[in-house]
Design a protein around this ligand. Structure first.
Ligand SMILES: Nc1ncnc2c1ncn2[C@@H]1O[C@H](COP(=O)(O)OP(=O)(O)OP(=O)(O)O)[C@@H](O)[C@H]1O
Ligand SMILES: [Mg+2]
Length: 356
């Protein structure tokens, strides 16, 4: 059988849990996507371990243990899954949990995996229980439980499947059941990228897109992109547009500062909507605590988008806290927005936006 790649492609480049977020530029991003572990920048500790596990599996000529990828959108989960397949020299199949409606959808894929295939399931926290059960047996025993017939004459047969590697990705590890988690032998937890890694990503992407970026331009882009490769690639493209239209040949710090102001991205890399969320908590809920559902309604956002995309970065920057009673802004949020505790706007003259 010919090994067709990506046979079960279910919108692989788009995270289905946050379809309406304006942060997905990946369709055009394909050329920027790293293909090897060397090209995959940052996340050093995670990468170092992973390269050992890959080398060991290769040496033993075995499939890699099942791999669990956790992290906010745009940090490289899908990319890493593809890189792993490539490093293993293995076939890559991809689907996403919402696309698996019936056990037969999963069985249809599992019966076509070959030895060492890397089978990627995106949004693994959204698996239906019956499918999850089937996956347990497939992951642990490399067998498929299949029911033939119906009613009293129905019986279950077990079909062996070749040892494959399941790669499950999620933005919401808290929603993944512990029996499923326990079946993954390797867990990779992504953190927001360090500034130096973001700068390296800007340089790499600029090289591929054939854009000249000055050092201060790269530094400002790196610090304004919420530690997220997808965001920095998107901003780099917009800066290229600004440069092109204004007839400039280099993306300089000044051009980036100006571009960020036009896109309403401030010195911490917050977008308008991030600030809106903080403002709503301050103005309507006295700084919090406020529950996620209420906050989502008040800001016109889906709870998933709020929790997956906005909150992790607001928490990371120390502007927001998640408490058992709900979300609360911190003193830093008041300071950053130049707001006073009363909810009045303070010093309006000070700029939120970066200067070159
Ligand atoms: N380590 C990295 N080095 C360089 N570029 C990267 C890296 N990780 C991700 N990217 C870039 O960021 C883009 C987004 O990454 P990716 O689609 O893998 O994120 P994701 O974690 O799967 O997001 P989602 O949760 O939305 O599915 C990629 O297309 C790639 O260009
Ligand atoms: Mg993805």
């Amino acid at each position: 059988m010919g090994k067709t790649k990506d046979t079960f492609q279910a919108r692989p480049e788009q995270g289905l849990s946050h379809p309406e977020t304006p942060f997905q530029d990946d369709e055009k991003d394909l050329s920027l996507r790293p293909k090897t572990l060397d090209e995959f920048l940052g996340q050093k500790a995670m990468k170092a371990n992973l390269s050992v596990f890959i080398a060991a599996a290769r040496e033993r000529n075995e499939s890699l243990d099942h791999l669990f990828l956790i992290g906010p959108p745009g940090l490289g989960k899908t990319t890493l899954a593809q890189v792993v397949a490539r490093e293993l020299g293995a076939e890559f199949k991809v689907t996403s949990a919402p696309a698996l409606e019936k056990p037969k959808d999963l069985a249809g894929i599992l019966t076509t995996v070959s030895e060492k295939t890397v089978f990627f399931i995106d949004e693994i926290h959204r698996l239906k229980p019956a499918i999850e059960e089937m996956l347990y047996i497939a992951m642990e025993d490399y067998e498929l439980d299949w029911i033939i017939g119906a009613g009293p004459s129905a019986r279950t047969i077990r079909i062996p499947i070749p040892p494959f590697t399941l790669v499950g990705a999620t933005t919401k590890a808290g929603n993944v059941s512990s029996p499923l988690i326990s079946r993954f032998g390797i867990t990779c937890r992504f953190s927001f990228y360090e500034k130096e890694d973001m700068e390296a990503i800007v340089r790499r992407s600029a090289g591929i897109l054939n854009v000249s970026v000055s050092d201060d331009g790269a530094a400002l882009l790196a610090s304004s992109s919420r530690g997220t490769p997808r965001v920095v690639n998107r901003l780099l493209r917009r800066m290229r547009d600004f440069a092109q239209v204004s007839g400039e040949r280099v993306v300089t710090g000044r051009l980036v500062a100006d571009g960020l102001r036009r896109l309403e991205i401030d010195s911490l890399g917050l977008e308008k909507h991030d600030r809106e969320i903080l403002r709503v908590i301050i103005e309507r809920y006295g700084g919090g605590p406020v529950g996620a559902e209420t906050l989502a309604i008040s800001t016109g956002e889906a709870v998933d988008t709020l929790e997956d995309y906005y909150e992790p970065y607001l928490i990371q920057t120390g502007l927001l806290q998640r408490t058992p009673r709900g979300r609360m802004v911190t003193a830093l949020a008041y300071e950053h927005l130049r707001m006073e505790r009363s909810g009045n706007t303070g010093d309006k003259t000070a700029s939120l936006f970066p200067s070159p």
